[in-house]
Design a protein around this ligand. Sequence first.
Ligand code: NAD
Ligand code: MG
Length: 385
Amino acid sequence: MQAKKGIAILGSTGSIGTQALEVLASYPKYFDLQVLTAGMNANLLIEQALKFQPNSVVITDESQYQKVKDALWSEDIHVYAGQEALCQVVESTEVHTVLTALVGYAGLKPTIHAIEAGKTIALANKETLVVAGELITQLAKEKGVNIYPVDSEHSAIFQCLVGEFHNPIEKIYLTASGGPFRGHTHEQLKSVTLEQALKHPNWSMGAKITIDSASLMNKGLEVIEAKWLFGLAPEQIDVIVHPQSIVHSLVQFEDGSMKAQMGLPDMKLPIQFALTYPARLKTDFPRFNFMDYPQLTFEQPDRNVFKNLDLAFQAMAAKGTAACALNAANEEAVAAFLDKRISFLEIAELNAQTMHALANTPNPIYEDYVRADAQARAYVQEILK
Ligand code: NAD
Ligand code: MG
């Protein structure tokens, strides 16, 4: 029998992490869970560790180390704490694939360590490619490491490309649901609330990406993610709003033919494909029924109202550390919006202000990204004082 695939899940207590564990639980003969990690949610991490019996767990919030250690003392499970531990656990020889399901810039360093250790990456943490796509893709090439997308749009593109890897892409269309504020005017957006922004029409996700979806920043981040994953020029990437979220994205080839990947919106499918590629394992997920969706519709995103999309295109064109600064500003702005310290429209305003104010470092090395990230965060915090 084929050896089981050793899996590390960074961010196992989140939306992607918990769905990944459902996938793993369905195929006990296929996967061997090695590592679970959480930011703050010690209770859920303990529960998951008791159920799945990984080799190691990491709680990055060090103040909760003793709690996790005490709860798992009788188990054969190593317990670690802190950000540095994340970088070490991914290097374990038993780990074959690292699923990066933590949120934000925090994913960058452990992903670099995983690639350096030659691990296959199942990438949910899109911020890693937004911040340092050049460095990550170059490093992956050097190490001969494959990065398989988990993001549903990028998984769709990847699925369309299977069997087509030698055929050039003319362009891709990333689909967007449009989020809860699709069709809103600038005037209407002035008074939207946090509770409204957190209600995504089609997907249930972590708080940060849900707000990013409402502001179209998520689609902007995905445009940059696609550039790096598929080696595309900015003019080869287009965004189309598709409110039903059934067509997950499309590829157009040089003969004019277009391929799309479709299905009900369920993140377990792209998570599973990233972990089992090139195999497709049988699932009991609900199947699509055409009669439930007699019409699939498409429309242009409103770039005048949702300014984040153009900011992402500008950052992509500017290269250097521009996208890193934009991402950092957005992480700070979204955190402030989640704390009810700023309004919804102020997110894009802070992003624009920060990106345009800070100097762009061309041909960045790792330290330049670290500096650009810190500078952008400090800049936003100064405005928010
Ligand atoms: P989430 O907030 O639900 O979960 C995040 C996980 O990361 C949790 O386990 C949390 O404990 C951990 N974490 C948070 N901050 C951390 C830190 N500083 N250090 C270490 N661990 C930390 O997020 P999510 O919705 O699961 O999203 C995870 C990633 O996947 C994001 O990059 C997101 O853009 C991407 N993604 C998510 C979805 C989705 O459906 N949720 C879809 C596509 C892409
Ligand atoms: Mg997506």
